[in-house]
Design a binder for this molecule. Sequence first.
Ligand code: ADP
Ligand code: MG
Length: 335
Amino acid sequence: MTHAVSLERVSCVFQSGGRPLKAVDDVSIDIEPGEFFTLLGPSGSGKTTCLRMIGGFTAPTSGRIRIHDAEVGDRPPYLRPVTTVFQDYALFPHMSVLDNVAYSLMVRGVAREQRHRRAQELLELVRLPDIGERKPAQLSGGQRQRVALARALISEPKVLLLDEPLGALDLKLREQMQGELKELQRRLGITFVLVTHDQHEALSMSDRIGVFNRGRLEQVATPTELYERPATTFVAQFLGAANVLRGDEARRLCGQPAAMVRPERIRLGAAEGAAVSGSVASLQYFGAFWRMTVARAGAAELMVDLGLEVARPALGDSVHLHWDATALHPLQEAA
Ligand code: ADP
Ligand code: MG
Protein backbone atom coordinates (compact mmCIF):
# COMPACT_ATOMS: atom_id res chain seq x y z
CA MET A 1 0.00 0.00 0.00
CA THR A 2 1.20 3.47 -0.85
CA HIS A 3 1.63 5.80 2.07
CA ALA A 4 2.07 9.51 1.55
CA VAL A 5 4.61 9.65 4.36
CA SER A 6 6.01 6.73 6.28
CA LEU A 7 8.28 6.99 9.30
CA GLU A 8 9.79 3.73 10.43
CA ARG A 9 11.43 3.76 13.87
CA VAL A 10 12.77 7.26 13.38
CA SER A 11 14.89 8.89 16.08
CA CYS A 12 16.75 12.17 16.22
CA VAL A 13 19.39 12.85 18.83
CA PHE A 14 20.90 16.33 19.28
CA GLN A 15 24.03 17.16 21.24
CA SER A 16 22.93 19.67 23.83
CA GLY A 17 25.72 21.08 26.03
CA GLY A 18 27.82 17.97 25.39
CA ARG A 19 24.96 15.65 26.34
CA PRO A 20 22.74 13.72 23.94
CA LEU A 21 19.10 14.84 23.80
CA LYS A 22 16.55 12.54 22.18
CA ALA A 23 14.29 15.05 20.43
CA VAL A 24 12.43 12.29 18.55
CA ASP A 25 12.44 8.83 20.05
CA ASP A 26 11.63 5.76 17.95
CA VAL A 27 8.61 7.17 16.10
CA SER A 28 6.71 5.16 13.49
CA ILE A 29 3.77 6.69 11.60
CA ASP A 30 2.06 5.97 8.28
CA ILE A 31 0.24 8.97 6.81
CA GLU A 32 -2.17 8.21 3.97
CA PRO A 33 -2.52 10.12 0.69
CA GLY A 34 -5.06 12.93 1.01
CA GLU A 35 -5.04 12.77 4.78
CA PHE A 36 -4.97 15.80 7.07
CA PHE A 37 -2.57 14.55 9.72
CA THR A 38 -1.60 16.58 12.77
CA LEU A 39 1.41 16.24 15.05
CA LEU A 40 0.15 17.53 18.40
CA GLY A 41 2.07 17.97 21.64
CA PRO A 42 3.44 20.47 24.15
CA SER A 43 6.39 22.73 23.38
CA GLY A 44 9.65 20.78 23.10
CA SER A 45 7.99 17.41 22.48
CA GLY A 46 9.68 16.87 19.11
CA LYS A 47 6.99 17.92 16.60
CA THR A 48 9.07 20.41 14.62
CA THR A 49 12.05 18.06 14.51
CA CYS A 50 9.78 15.37 13.12
CA LEU A 51 8.44 17.71 10.43
CA ARG A 52 11.94 18.92 9.56
CA MET A 53 13.06 15.32 9.03
CA ILE A 54 10.16 14.76 6.62
CA GLY A 55 11.02 18.00 4.81
CA GLY A 56 14.72 17.15 4.63
CA PHE A 57 15.99 19.99 6.84
CA THR A 58 17.16 17.71 9.66
CA ALA A 59 18.66 14.24 9.23
CA PRO A 60 17.36 11.39 11.37
CA THR A 61 19.92 9.72 13.63
CA SER A 62 18.29 6.38 12.85
CA GLY A 63 15.23 4.97 11.11
CA ARG A 64 13.76 5.29 7.64
CA ILE A 65 11.56 7.92 5.99
CA ARG A 66 9.62 7.24 2.82
CA ILE A 67 7.50 9.68 0.83
CA HIS A 68 5.11 8.10 -1.66
CA ASP A 69 7.05 4.87 -1.30
CA ALA A 70 10.39 6.38 -2.26
CA GLU A 71 13.04 6.30 0.43
CA VAL A 72 14.22 9.89 0.76
CA GLY A 73 17.38 9.11 2.75
CA ASP A 74 19.58 12.19 2.66
CA ARG A 75 17.84 13.82 -0.32
CA PRO A 76 17.83 17.59 0.13
CA PRO A 77 14.50 19.41 0.61
CA TYR A 78 14.15 20.55 -3.02
CA LEU A 79 14.38 16.96 -4.27
CA ARG A 80 11.45 15.79 -2.15
CA PRO A 81 7.82 16.03 -3.31
CA VAL A 82 6.98 18.11 -0.25
CA THR A 83 6.88 21.79 0.60
CA THR A 84 7.22 23.29 4.05
CA VAL A 85 5.42 26.37 5.34
CA PHE A 86 7.45 27.66 8.26
CA GLN A 87 6.00 29.36 11.28
CA ASP A 88 7.33 32.82 10.35
CA TYR A 89 6.21 32.44 6.67
CA ALA A 90 9.64 33.73 5.50
CA LEU A 91 8.27 35.95 2.71
CA PHE A 92 10.82 38.08 0.84
CA PRO A 93 10.15 41.66 2.00
CA HIS A 94 11.53 43.42 -1.09
CA MET A 95 9.48 41.35 -3.57
CA SER A 96 5.86 41.90 -4.54
CA VAL A 97 3.29 39.35 -3.38
CA LEU A 98 3.02 38.01 -6.93
CA ASP A 99 6.79 37.49 -7.16
CA ASN A 100 6.82 35.87 -3.73
CA VAL A 101 4.18 33.37 -4.81
CA ALA A 102 5.94 32.77 -8.15
CA TYR A 103 9.36 32.37 -6.54
CA SER A 104 9.84 28.62 -6.96
CA LEU A 105 8.80 28.86 -10.63
CA MET A 106 11.35 31.62 -11.18
CA VAL A 107 14.07 29.43 -9.67
CA ARG A 108 13.06 26.72 -12.12
CA GLY A 109 13.34 29.14 -15.02
CA VAL A 110 9.65 29.45 -15.89
CA ALA A 111 9.02 32.55 -18.04
CA ARG A 112 7.79 35.65 -16.23
CA GLU A 113 4.38 35.91 -17.85
CA GLN A 114 3.61 32.24 -17.34
CA ARG A 115 4.70 32.20 -13.69
CA HIS A 116 2.73 35.36 -12.93
CA ARG A 117 -0.38 33.83 -14.47
CA ARG A 118 0.03 30.75 -12.28
CA ALA A 119 0.77 32.87 -9.19
CA GLN A 120 -2.42 34.84 -9.83
CA GLU A 121 -4.39 31.57 -9.95
CA LEU A 122 -2.97 30.58 -6.58
CA LEU A 123 -3.79 33.97 -5.08
CA GLU A 124 -7.36 33.37 -6.25
CA LEU A 125 -7.29 29.92 -4.68
CA VAL A 126 -6.45 31.45 -1.29
CA ARG A 127 -9.02 34.20 -1.92
CA LEU A 128 -6.61 37.11 -2.33
CA PRO A 129 -7.05 38.01 -6.02
CA ASP A 130 -6.29 41.72 -5.67
CA ILE A 131 -3.05 42.05 -3.71
CA GLY A 132 -0.39 40.80 -6.15
CA GLU A 133 1.27 44.21 -6.46
CA ARG A 134 1.68 44.79 -2.74
CA LYS A 135 4.73 44.12 -0.60
CA PRO A 136 4.50 41.70 2.36
CA ALA A 137 4.77 44.60 4.85
CA GLN A 138 1.47 45.97 3.49
CA LEU A 139 -0.45 42.81 4.40
CA SER A 140 -2.31 41.76 7.53
CA GLY A 141 -1.22 38.66 9.43
CA GLY A 142 -3.98 36.57 7.89
CA GLN A 143 -3.10 37.73 4.38
CA ARG A 144 0.59 36.95 4.90
CA GLN A 145 -0.42 33.49 6.05
CA ARG A 146 -2.42 32.87 2.88
CA VAL A 147 0.36 34.23 0.65
CA ALA A 148 2.76 31.78 2.29
CA LEU A 149 0.28 28.99 1.52
CA ALA A 150 -0.08 30.09 -2.10
CA ARG A 151 3.68 30.21 -2.46
CA ALA A 152 4.02 26.69 -1.04
CA LEU A 153 1.27 25.27 -3.25
CA ILE A 154 2.58 26.68 -6.54
CA SER A 155 5.15 23.91 -6.82
CA GLU A 156 2.30 21.35 -6.61
CA PRO A 157 3.69 19.32 -3.72
CA LYS A 158 2.20 15.92 -2.98
CA VAL A 159 2.58 16.68 0.69
CA LEU A 160 2.35 20.06 2.39
CA LEU A 161 4.13 20.41 5.72
CA LEU A 162 2.87 23.18 8.00
CA ASP A 163 4.62 24.19 11.23
CA GLU A 164 2.25 26.08 13.54
CA PRO A 165 0.88 27.98 10.52
CA LEU A 166 -1.74 29.86 12.53
CA GLY A 167 0.40 30.55 15.61
CA ALA A 168 0.90 34.25 14.84
CA LEU A 169 -2.80 35.03 14.35
CA ASP A 170 -5.25 36.24 16.97
CA LEU A 171 -7.95 33.84 18.18
CA LYS A 172 -10.84 34.96 15.94
CA LEU A 173 -8.76 34.89 12.77
CA ARG A 174 -7.14 31.62 13.79
CA GLU A 175 -10.53 29.94 14.08
CA GLN A 176 -11.57 31.28 10.70
CA MET A 177 -8.32 30.13 9.09
CA GLN A 178 -8.73 26.64 10.63
CA GLY A 179 -11.89 26.26 8.59
CA GLU A 180 -10.29 27.69 5.46
CA LEU A 181 -7.20 25.52 5.68
CA LYS A 182 -9.29 22.39 6.11
CA GLU A 183 -11.52 23.37 3.19
CA LEU A 184 -8.49 24.09 0.99
CA GLN A 185 -7.00 20.71 1.80
CA ARG A 186 -10.27 18.99 0.96
CA ARG A 187 -10.50 20.78 -2.38
CA LEU A 188 -6.89 20.09 -3.37
CA GLY A 189 -6.95 16.51 -2.11
CA ILE A 190 -3.27 16.59 -1.18
CA THR A 191 -1.76 15.40 2.08
CA PHE A 192 -1.31 17.97 4.84
CA VAL A 193 0.96 17.34 7.80
CA LEU A 194 0.41 20.02 10.41
CA VAL A 195 2.31 20.75 13.61
CA THR A 196 0.49 22.43 16.48
CA HIS A 197 0.44 22.60 20.27
CA ASP A 198 -3.20 23.72 20.16
CA GLN A 199 -5.62 20.88 20.91
CA HIS A 200 -8.65 22.77 19.53
CA GLU A 201 -6.86 23.33 16.26
CA ALA A 202 -5.92 19.67 16.06
CA LEU A 203 -9.39 18.41 16.94
CA SER A 204 -11.20 20.70 14.52
CA MET A 205 -9.06 20.16 11.40
CA SER A 206 -7.50 16.72 11.42
CA ASP A 207 -8.46 13.36 10.00
CA ARG A 208 -5.99 11.82 12.43
CA ILE A 209 -3.73 13.15 15.16
CA GLY A 210 -0.44 11.82 16.52
CA VAL A 211 0.15 12.96 20.11
CA PHE A 212 3.77 13.61 21.09
CA ASN A 213 5.16 13.53 24.61
CA ARG A 214 8.90 14.01 25.18
CA GLY A 215 9.86 12.83 21.72
CA ARG A 216 7.66 9.75 21.83
CA LEU A 217 4.42 9.17 19.99
CA GLU A 218 1.83 8.35 22.65
CA GLN A 219 -1.17 7.64 20.44
CA VAL A 220 -2.36 7.99 16.86
CA ALA A 221 -6.10 8.21 16.36
CA THR A 222 -9.00 10.22 14.98
CA PRO A 223 -10.07 13.33 16.94
CA THR A 224 -13.14 11.62 18.43
CA GLU A 225 -11.19 8.50 19.39
CA LEU A 226 -8.51 10.59 21.07
CA TYR A 227 -11.00 12.65 23.01
CA GLU A 228 -13.33 9.82 23.99
CA ARG A 229 -10.87 6.95 24.28
CA PRO A 230 -7.41 8.33 25.09
CA ALA A 231 -4.87 5.56 25.71
CA THR A 232 -2.86 7.27 28.43
CA THR A 233 -3.28 9.83 31.21
CA PHE A 234 -1.07 12.20 29.24
CA VAL A 235 -3.35 12.10 26.19
CA ALA A 236 -6.47 12.37 28.34
CA GLN A 237 -5.18 15.50 30.05
CA PHE A 238 -3.62 17.12 26.98
CA LEU A 239 -6.85 16.91 24.97
CA GLY A 240 -9.36 18.88 27.00
CA ALA A 241 -10.20 18.64 30.67
CA ALA A 242 -10.06 15.20 32.23
CA ASN A 243 -10.64 13.84 35.72
CA VAL A 244 -8.14 11.04 36.22
CA LEU A 245 -9.03 8.52 38.91
CA ARG A 246 -6.35 6.23 40.24
CA GLY A 247 -5.67 3.38 42.63
CA ASP A 248 -8.39 1.79 44.72
CA GLU A 249 -11.02 4.21 43.49
CA ALA A 250 -10.35 3.42 39.82
CA ARG A 251 -10.33 -0.29 40.63
CA ARG A 252 -13.62 -0.05 42.49
CA LEU A 253 -15.29 1.90 39.68
CA CYS A 254 -13.96 0.11 36.62
CA GLY A 255 -11.51 -2.60 37.65
CA GLN A 256 -8.50 -0.77 36.19
CA PRO A 257 -5.51 1.02 37.79
CA ALA A 258 -6.48 4.35 36.17
CA ALA A 259 -9.52 5.80 34.45
CA MET A 260 -10.85 9.14 33.31
CA VAL A 261 -14.18 10.85 33.15
CA ARG A 262 -14.70 14.15 31.29
CA PRO A 263 -16.24 17.00 33.32
CA GLU A 264 -19.14 17.35 30.89
CA ARG A 265 -20.15 13.71 31.41
CA ILE A 266 -20.80 14.15 35.15
CA ARG A 267 -24.28 14.95 36.55
CA LEU A 268 -25.51 15.96 39.99
CA GLY A 269 -27.96 13.58 41.66
CA ALA A 270 -29.09 11.81 44.79
CA ALA A 271 -26.75 10.38 47.43
CA GLU A 272 -28.06 6.95 46.64
CA GLY A 273 -26.29 5.33 43.73
CA ALA A 274 -23.75 8.15 43.38
CA ALA A 275 -20.33 7.22 41.98
CA VAL A 276 -18.64 9.68 44.34
CA SER A 277 -19.62 12.47 46.72
CA GLY A 278 -17.90 15.64 47.93
CA SER A 279 -18.36 19.35 48.52
CA VAL A 280 -18.27 22.29 46.13
CA ALA A 281 -14.85 23.96 46.34
CA SER A 282 -15.16 26.45 43.48
CA LEU A 283 -17.47 27.62 40.72
CA GLN A 284 -16.14 29.27 37.59
CA TYR A 285 -18.17 30.82 34.76
CA PHE A 286 -17.06 29.79 31.23
CA GLY A 287 -19.86 31.41 29.23
CA ALA A 288 -21.34 28.24 27.77
CA PHE A 289 -21.23 26.35 31.10
CA TRP A 290 -20.10 26.55 34.73
CA ARG A 291 -17.11 24.55 35.87
CA MET A 292 -17.39 23.35 39.43
CA THR A 293 -14.61 21.67 41.41
CA VAL A 294 -15.66 19.11 43.96
CA ALA A 295 -13.34 18.44 46.91
CA ARG A 296 -13.31 15.02 48.50
CA ALA A 297 -11.71 13.69 51.68
CA GLY A 298 -8.62 11.64 50.84
CA ALA A 299 -9.12 11.76 47.06
CA ALA A 300 -8.39 14.08 44.16
CA GLU A 301 -10.65 17.03 43.33
CA LEU A 302 -13.00 16.50 40.40
CA MET A 303 -14.12 18.99 37.75
CA VAL A 304 -17.78 18.99 36.80
CA ASP A 305 -19.22 21.09 33.96
CA LEU A 306 -22.77 22.24 34.59
CA GLY A 307 -25.00 23.42 31.76
CA LEU A 308 -26.55 26.87 32.23
CA GLU A 309 -29.99 25.27 32.65
CA VAL A 310 -28.88 23.17 35.64
CA ALA A 311 -29.57 24.50 39.19
CA ARG A 312 -26.17 25.37 40.66
CA PRO A 313 -25.25 24.37 44.20
CA ALA A 314 -23.51 26.93 46.43
CA LEU A 315 -19.90 26.86 47.58
CA GLY A 316 -19.49 24.33 50.37
CA ASP A 317 -22.66 22.37 49.55
CA SER A 318 -22.49 18.57 49.56
CA VAL A 319 -22.98 17.12 46.10
CA HIS A 320 -23.34 13.60 44.73
CA LEU A 321 -21.89 12.83 41.33
CA HIS A 322 -23.29 10.41 38.80
CA TRP A 323 -22.13 9.29 35.38
CA ASP A 324 -22.99 6.60 32.87
CA ALA A 325 -20.79 3.52 32.66
CA THR A 326 -19.72 4.59 29.16
CA ALA A 327 -18.38 7.92 30.51
CA LEU A 328 -15.67 6.15 32.51
CA HIS A 329 -12.74 5.24 30.31
CA PRO A 330 -9.80 3.07 31.48
CA LEU A 331 -6.28 4.49 30.96
CA GLN A 332 -2.73 3.25 30.93
CA GLU A 333 -0.35 5.32 33.00
CA ALA A 334 2.24 6.92 30.75
CA ALA A 335 5.65 5.28 30.97
P1 ADP B 1 8.41 21.14 19.38
O1 ADP B 1 8.32 21.54 17.96
O2 ADP B 1 7.49 20.03 19.78
O3 ADP B 1 8.27 22.32 20.31
P2 ADP B 1 11.21 20.57 18.79
O4 ADP B 1 11.18 19.47 17.82
O5 ADP B 1 11.47 21.94 18.28
O6 ADP B 1 9.89 20.55 19.68
O7 ADP B 1 12.32 20.27 19.88
C1 ADP B 1 12.41 19.04 20.57
C2 ADP B 1 13.62 19.09 21.50
O8 ADP B 1 14.81 19.13 20.73
C3 ADP B 1 13.64 20.32 22.40
O9 ADP B 1 14.17 19.93 23.63
C4 ADP B 1 14.59 21.24 21.66
O10 ADP B 1 15.21 22.12 22.55
C5 ADP B 1 15.58 20.27 21.04
N1 ADP B 1 16.15 20.77 19.77
C6 ADP B 1 15.49 21.10 18.65
N2 ADP B 1 16.31 21.47 17.67
C7 ADP B 1 17.56 21.38 18.19
C8 ADP B 1 18.89 21.62 17.66
N3 ADP B 1 19.07 22.03 16.40
N4 ADP B 1 19.93 21.42 18.49
C9 ADP B 1 19.76 20.99 19.76
N5 ADP B 1 18.56 20.74 20.30
C10 ADP B 1 17.48 20.93 19.54
MG1 MG C 1 7.88 23.45 17.15
